[in-house]
Design a protein around this ligand. Structure first.
Ligand SMILES: [Zn+2]
Length: 323
């Protein structure tokens, strides 16, 4: 399971020679293994020249002999001359790409940890609660709570009792409602304890809609603020399905976050305050050390120039050092 600790370790790595970082999406829902092998070959071909041949060979060997093609994303880092090697199989998809630099290219992993790291799903009904804690799409912890039995009223039973039983169903119904309410309140307490212990960053609720709403109302304000979405589910939904549904919600939240970020930059650029777009202005802002958030497409490529004197990077040829 890839964690923040792994990320911290990678962030500290620096090699004397170029280090090859390869991300390969291997989501079996999208393409076949053969197609992914082909994509890998193309990625490595693109890295030829910039990457050391030993590193390309090491990555090829890994995919040929070691990796079992499980999971949805693979990330490998290789610097054979150091020697440095790391491989991670992830339960979440990645965007494929190869990067050669002095340091591991970790930003996509950092973004994945941000989007899919440590979250919990609370599956509730009127009697039970199941709590799952996931990290990067893998189950990390779980706990269950079973309250008092809530008898389900058979429809028409109260009214079929004949004269004098008219009030029977509502009275019994009220009792069942109280039992359910108590169960939900207890379940919320269990969720609070689970949260304090596991510290998931986000919470997703699952169950029948009225129960989910009741459960949410019983949570503390702090925990309510962690709720990022909900889905309909039966309390016996298999863990695999819960994971799929919750990953879908996280992906959606992440897409929305990215779109909002891009919007904010375009708005700021249009106002001419707090944001710039396009390569030239972005490089200018970078040079002045004024970038707070940089948004760049994973595969963006454009030829450029670098001043041999001050290392200034620009997208057009300059005859003089601009500094
Ligand atoms: Zn210069």
């Amino acid at each position: 399971m890839f964690t923040r600790e792994d990320l911290r370790e990678l962030a500290a790595v620096e090699c004397e020679t170029p280090l090859l970082s390869v991300y390969l999406n291997v989501d079996p829902r999208e393409h076949t293994t053969e197609e992914y092998r082909l994509e890998l070959r193309q990625l490595l071909k693109g890295a030829l020249g910039a990457a050391a041949s030993d590193d390309i060979a090491a990555v090829e060997r890994f995919f040929e002999h070691e990796y079992d093609w499980s999971g949805r994303g693979v990330v490998v880092f290789s610097c054979a001359s150091d020697p440095f090697w790391r491989s991670y199989s992830l339960a979440v998809p990645v965007v494929s790409g190869a990067t050669v630099a002095r340091k591991p290219y970790i930003w996509p992993l950092a973004a994945l940890v941000e989007a899919y790291g440590r979250y919990a799903v609370a599956l509730v009904d009127r009697q039970e609660l199941k709590l799952f804690s996931f990290s990067m799409g893998e189950l990390a912890d779980e706990t269950t709570f079973a309250g008092a039995e809530v008898r389900r009223l058979k429809k028409g039973r109260g009214s079929s009792g004949g004269a004098g039983r008219r009030g029977g169903a509502p009275v019994s119904g009220r009792h069942e409602e109280e039992v359910a309410q108590r169960n939900i309140r207890e379940a919320a307490k269990v969720a609070e304890r689970f949260w304090r212990q596991d510290r998931p960053q986000r919470l997703i609720l699952a169950g029948a809609e009225p129960t989910v709403v009741q459960f949410r109302d019983e949570l503390s304000k702090a925990l309510q603020e962690r709720v990022i979405g909900s889905f309909r589910a039966d309390v016996n939904m298999p863990e695999l399905d819960i994971r799929e549904r919750s990953l879908e919600i996280l992906r959606h939240v992440e897409e929305k976050r990215k779109a909002a970020l891009v919007d904010a930059v375009f708005t700021a650029a249009a106002k001419g305050r707090g944001g710039v777009i396009r390569v030239g202005d972005t490089l200018g802002a970078a040079h002045e050390g004024r970038i707070q958030t940089l948004i760049v497409a994973r595969d963006f490529r454009r030829p450029g120039y670098q001043c041999t004197n001050c290392r200034y990077i620009t997208d057009h040829s300059l005859s003089d050092c601009p500094c």
